[in-house]
Design a protein around this ligand. Structure first.
Ligand code: SAH
Length: 346
């Protein structure tokens, strides 16, 4: 019977060092292999040229290196790139490279599908199949960094966890991936350039605050009125606004980091002055920024982007109350790469 080999990247550096010691080799060999696996993103043992042939064979006999494969790459007319990423078990997720004048941002997935049920999001229609492993998140970032260098002549500058899935429902793996992304032994990126976006899982937000994480937090709010929010994001009935707000107050008291809110204004849903006032009331307790994002239609018109005067009304209301507002245009719409459009269509 064939023994199922372990994914070598599930081992910590310490475990890898111990493995070599158990094999009668030097612990240092573990460091060398670790560097190949993470910093150099080796996809097979034979690439590890400073490791002897016998050792590579021994590794081959004991482990596999699971890695992602970019199955298909689509380019939008605005420069945005969408990768269809095949995982070792055949499942597929998507990640997006978003170029601007000064930045390249990677939008990465944290789960295959999503267990939340936001009614305006295409990913919500895919069943959540499983969580991504830390290496699968890391590899999406590496793939986009390579594409950024190749097509835009510069390294990746920012990462947002706004692809498929709810990152706080795969928190441990997301955290491990960020550790690798920010470690000098991985990509060495600053955590200040990373934003984790969540629909709001209060318990985990508090945990993040306790763990003193250094990356940014964005909350997909869309409504500050429970009844409305539950109607468009049904899981709000499990995690109501009161609990979310309490966890954010805790987050702010610990981190002193500004909170970003993602917000879409829809016709007939949240386009009233009352809704804008509720938003102000919800986020006024701490320095906040509201990103008003354009709605990317995914269906037969049940949800419709509110007209510009409603957006203006929000902007004025928020600014009058000292809240920063940005109005974000969608990128990559023509290839279904914009917010909420990731659904493995192609
Ligand atoms: N689950 C996480 C991250 C993925 S969604 C979260 O909820 O934050 C990334 C962002 O896109 C969220 O703010 C989400 O509310 C928004 N979004 C989802 N569907 C959208 C759509 N059709 N148009 C515009 N934004 C959408």
């Amino acid at each position: 019977m064939e023994i199922k080999k372990r994914d070598i990247r599930a081992l910590t550096k310490e475990q890898l060092r111990n493995f070599f010691v158990e094999q009668g080799d030097k612990a240092f060999r573990g460091n060398q292999v670790y560097e190949w696996l993470w910093q150099k993103s080796a996809h097979d043992f034979d690439a590890m040229t400073n490791i002897s042939k016998e050792t590579r064979k021994m590794l081959e006999d004991n482990f596999v290196i699971n890695h992602i494969r970019v199955d298909q790459m689509q380019r939008s007319s605005d420069g945005t790139i969408k990768n269809a990423v095949r995982l070792h078990d055949g499942l597929v997720v998507e990640s997006v490279l978003i170029p601007t004048e000064t930045r390249t941002t990677a939008c990465v997935s944290s789960q295959v599908g999503c267990s939340l049920d936001c009614r305006f999001c295409a990913t919500a229609r895919l069943k959540r199949m499983r969580n991504l492993n830390p290496d699968e998140i890391y590899d999406q970032v590496v793939a986009i960094d390579n594409e950024s260098r190749l097509y835009f002549d510069r390294p990746l500058s920012n990462i947002v966890f706004m692809g498929m899935g709810e990152p706080l429902m795969n928190y441990n793996n997301v955290l491990k991936a960020i550790d690798k992304i920010t470690s000098p032994e991985g990509l060495g990126m600053s955590p200040k350039r990373i934003v984790v976006s969540t629909s709001g899982v209060p318990k985990i937000i508090k945990k993040m605050a306790d763990e003193d994480v250094k990356f940014g937090l964005a909350v997909s709010l869309h409504s500050a009125i429970d009844e409305v929010r539950t109607s468009i994001m049904p899981f709000n009935s499990t995690f109501p606004l009161k609990d979310l707000r309490e966890s954010l107050e805790y987050w702010y008291s610990k981190t002193k980091n500004r909170i970003t809110y993602e917000y879409v204004v829809w016709k007939g849903i949240n386009d009233t002055q009352e809704a804008a006032d509720a938003l102000v009331k919800f986020c006024k307790f701490a320095p906040s920024k509201v990103n008003i994002i354009e709605y990317n239609p995914i269906d037969d018109g049940e949800f419709q982007q509110a007209p510009n005067n409603a957006i203006e009304m929000y902007k004025n209301t928020l600014e009058r109350n000292g809240i920063t507002v940005t109005i974000r245009r969608s990128r990559g719409k023509d290839i279904d790469a914009a917010c909420g459009q990731l659904a493995n269509k192609s």
